[in-house]
Design a protein around this ligand. Structure first.
Ligand code: AFP
Length: 300
């Protein structure tokens, strides 16, 4: 059996980057356990909206504390924090972007949610996604699965609670030209270009699969191909998803698996962020379909 740390070491990664990814991966069990904590779970059943906030905040505070104390990271930008957090005394200059609990509105339904992380080697968090050194996400499904890219393809690992290690599940992914799609937003808010894209999917016989968790909906693309989209809407031309915390880390991973990402015109990975919480429209998945979507947008 091949374990996470050994795999990353054999990839020739900087030993501190290996330790940082390992440290992040080790926080997933405490986060999963927090799902079962009465403090959070009972609130889920009783209150409206508050519970997701409680778990989001817990995961956020936990990750910031542990990663901050590690000395590897100079900056963290989190979807749960208004501003960038700086650790002036860190030994290394890694910078981390994260969505501590993506899809948290699904916690009360027991559908799959996840944690998304992107890592830059230096230069802070306000960078193009194409500069990422590594990205990973965890999917809390029937298995706790960690999907990682250090720029050498994409690998998935599963947590084994008995040995308390992540073991290699799949050492490479090659996203096929699938025929599933999921689109966020409401029909009456769709712009003409997006309506055209949906008509194209319809003509080609695509099937709808959308859960409301970006990380879960993207994970199925790694296996089956197809498209996840949260497009520009009439009411919100930048869509809903965040460039730093969602589009860039997942864009990096999907691209490393042979897929692609676009906002309709260009890859969000090539956009220089201006604001920490900047949003971007997203189409992500099979490379051939992304090409077709960009053609449709150009024709509009
Ligand atoms: P939450 O973390 O607030 O649930 O948002 C999740 C998310 O950013 C992304 O994971 C989903 O794909 C998308 O929002 C779902 O949005 P809709 O509820 O509008 O479909």
């Amino acid at each position: 059996m091949v374990y996470l740390q050994k795999y990353l070491e054999d990839c020739g990664c900087d030993p501190d980057l290996v330790q940082l990814i390992r440290l992040i991966s080790r926080q997933m069990e405490p986060i999963r356990k927090a799902f079962l904590d009465n403090q959070f779970y009972e609130h889920t059943l009783n209150a409206s909206g508050e519970v997701q906030a409680a778990l989001d905040k817990w995961a956020d505070a936990h990750l910031i504390k542990v990663i901050g104390e590690s000395g590897y990271v100079r900056e963290i930008a989190s979807e749960e924090q208004e501003d960038i957090i700086r650790f002036e005394n860190s030994r290394r200059e890694y910078a981390m972007v994260m969505d501590p609990l993506d899809g948290s509105s699904l916690i009360s339904t027991n559908l799959a949610v996840g944690t998304i992380v992107g890592i830059y080697e230096s230069g802070g968090v306000m960078q193009k996604g194409s500069n990422l050194k590594a990205a990973c996400y965890t999917l809390f499904g029937p298995l706790t699965v960690l999907v990682v890219s250090v720029g050498k393809g994409v690998q998935s690992f599963a947590w084994d609670p008995k040995s308390e290690h992540y073991y290699l599940l799949k050492k490479s992914f090659d996203i096929p030209e699938g025929k599933i799609y999921g689109s966020g937003g409401v029909y009456k808010d769709y712009i003409p270009a997006h309506e055209k894209v949906l008509s194209y999917f319809d003509e080609k016989g695509f099937k709808v699969r959308y859960s409301g968790s970006f990380v879960a909906d993207c994970h199925q693309l790694l296996v089956y191909g197809g498209i996840y989209t949260y497009p520009a809407l009439k009411k919100s031309p930048k869509g809903k998803l965040r460039l730093l915390f969602e589009a860039n880390p997942l864009g990096y991973i999907i691209t490393q698996a042979g897929g692609a990402i676009t906002d309709g015109y260009q890859s969000p990975l090539d956009i220089q962020p201006e604001k920490v919480h900047q949003r971007t429209p997203i189409y992500i998945g099979s490379a051939g379909i992304i090409k077709k979507i960009e053609e449709i947008y150009r024709e509009q």
